[in-house]
Design a protein around this ligand. Structure first.
Ligand SMILES: NC(=O)c1ccc[n+]([C@@H]2O[C@H](COP(=O)([O-])OP(=O)(O)OC[C@H]3O[C@@H](n4cnc5c(N)ncnc54)[C@H](OP(=O)(O)O)[C@@H]3O)[C@@H](O)[C@H]2O)c1
Length: 293
């Protein structure tokens, strides 16, 4: 199968390209920096910018299935950009007769109270759904791996602060997923015909709180942290606090943390594990792997 990965140089994309190539697919790796990356043998780089239509000619030529792994969280106008980029990709994929598109989105916890970041993810789902291909949406909470922006916030916090006075969202339940499992699910849906047109949640088999995630991340690095949640911390104060505690670009960290106020757990009715079973990694093991890199 000829498979296009849009966002191939990212945290998820690079691993997905390698796995698809290993599985024998003909892989096209697309991003603005795809030409500067060392790809596995046989992978075809396609360098272009979704913001520049002139750079996208032939992007979906001969493509059977595409993964869409784009976000623009570093930009102030990320929602507008992500809407425009998704519409552009949808039209190109539709014009080229792509059969399937898989989009990696986010679990929200409360569809009635979406953060701007998650509202944008939902908007992209809606835009992509307008194409002539079959769309499959996978939603994840934190994907645990060394270069994941959301996991790096947790990791940086535990490096910087032995005692943490933190917003009360640290007690929010969350169900992260190891990046290896996320990749297994992403690849698995290609062979699962029944997932065409479906929306699924992916996650580990356990539910933790962000506080436990921080404590265990610290412990895996031989540290101890004391976490002191304060009941009231305004989003503005929380944002300033982030500037001091993580190297993740501030607009990205702010957007991600604003999405942490609701429980982000897998809805049992939408759990992809029921349709595409993978041998799941425990959260502790996922953290151990991520911090050992
Ligand atoms: N990481 C997580 O914890 C997590 C959790 C839930 C959902 N997700 C979703 O999973 C997807 C992938 O996330 P990620 O963590 O892998 O993100 P990432 O590391 O930031 O990768 C984003 C990719 O998009 C490319 N890109 C961005 N703007 C582009 C443009 N204008 N034209 C072409 N390529 C562009 C980037 O490459 P260049 O900069 O080289 O162009 C990069 O390859 C996103 O949709 C994200 O919302 C992630």
């Amino acid at each position: 199968m000829r498979v296009l990965v849009v966002g191939a140089t990212g945290f998820v994309g690079e691993r997905l390209v390698a796995t698809l190539a290993e599985a024998g697919h003909e892989v096209v790796a697309f991003s603005r920096s795809a030409g500067d990356t060392d790809w596995p043998d046989g992978v075809e780089p396609f360098e272009g910018d979704l913001g520049d239509p002139a750079s996208l000619g032939g992007l979906c030529e001969g493509v059977d299935a595409a993964y869409y792994l784009i976000h623009s969280l570093t930009a102030e106008d990320f929602a507008e950009r992500d809407r425009r980029y998704a519409a552009r990709f949808r039209d190109i994929a539709t014009g080229a007769g792509v059969d399937r598109v898989v989009y990696l989105s986010g679990i929200s916890g409360d569809e009635g109270d979406l953060s701007p970041h998650l509202a944008s993810r939902r908007e992209v789902e809606g835009v992509l759904a307008g194409g002539s291909y079959d769309l499959t949406v996978l939603r994840a909470a934190i994907i645990v791996g060394p270069e994941s922006a959301s996991f790096r916030i947790v990791d940086d916090l535990t490096d910087r602060l032995p005692v943490m006075v933190v917003p009360k969202w640290v007690n929010t339940p969350c169900q992260p997923v190891a990046v290896e499992d996320a990749i297994a699910y992403l690849v698995g849906v290609l062979d699962a015909e029944g997932t065409r047109g479906g929306t699924y949640d992916i996650g580990a088999s356990e539910v933790w709180s962000y506080a436990r995630l921080m404590r265990e991340t610290a412990a895996r690095k031989g540290r101890r942290v004391l976490i002191v949640p304060v009941p009231v911390m305004s989003p503005e104060l929380s944002s300033h606090w982030l500037r001091l505690t993580t190297d993740v670009q501030f607009p990205v960290a702010r957007a991600l943390v604003s999405s942490m106020r609701h429980p982000v757990t897998v809805d049992p009715d939408r759990d992809l594990q029921n349709v595409v079973p993978v041998e799941r990694t425990s959260i502790g093991e996922a953290i151990a792997r991520a911090v050992s890199v």
